[in-house]
Write a protein of this length. Sequence first.
Length: 278
Amino acid sequence: MSNIVYIGYYFKVEPLQPGVEILIAELGYAGFESFVETQEGVTAYIQKEEWYDSILNDIQILNSDEFEISYTFEDIAQTNWNAEWEKSFRPIVVNNECTVRAPFHDKPNTKYDIVIEPKMSFGTGHHETTHMMIQYILQNDFQNKAVLDMGCGTGVLAVLAEKKGANQLDAIDIDNWCYLNSLENIERNNCSNISVLEGDASLLKGKKYDIIIANINRNILLNDLETYTNCLNPNGILFLSGFYNNDIPIIEAECNKHMLKLKEKIEKNNWVALKFLN
């Protein structure tokens, strides 16, 4: 990794919250790979070879009247990346039951302890969508379930699902970095029932699951919902996140087309996670 060149974007955001959280999520889906929150906003990094002139064109919050956002950007050296994220990455605790931490943090007293080395992958538990999905996994029965973690990022959700008793799991991400990082984190957490796959929903043909977890952006969810539905066993559960509160009507309408009924909602800083039953 030492020869990889990154571009750093330095964003100033007013008001900071929930502006920074929204911006981080949108940038993550656009291909930015790591973030360091600052007193004025956030610094975001993307590999130079992945960067293009119009990369910010689809970042909706930049056009929002509710926030004032300015930025500068420059090429940066890769050498200090590990020190930077180690300095900024803090453990999180969800429901006083699950800790997500880095290898250099002290072991906690919570029931579930997940060790994640995020590197450049999305999904440490710090973002609202991942945090809410962790809440759902903690609240629901995963014992002896077949589970899909779609858009797995770091693999944190699949790891927790196995710790909750799931015995057959697939973790899928289209991004090679996420695929490799998930493999590392699954080994780091001594998981033995998780298969990590690199690709998209086309990999799901012929597969069946009791529970599907999909923390991806709205457009991909809408495009792939029919595939998820076909993979869901009777009395199955579909957990969806990666979108805003005002996206619920279009998500719910598409789910209803496929005989999925909304059962529960969690909301955090305008982000939502939904639980559907078939």
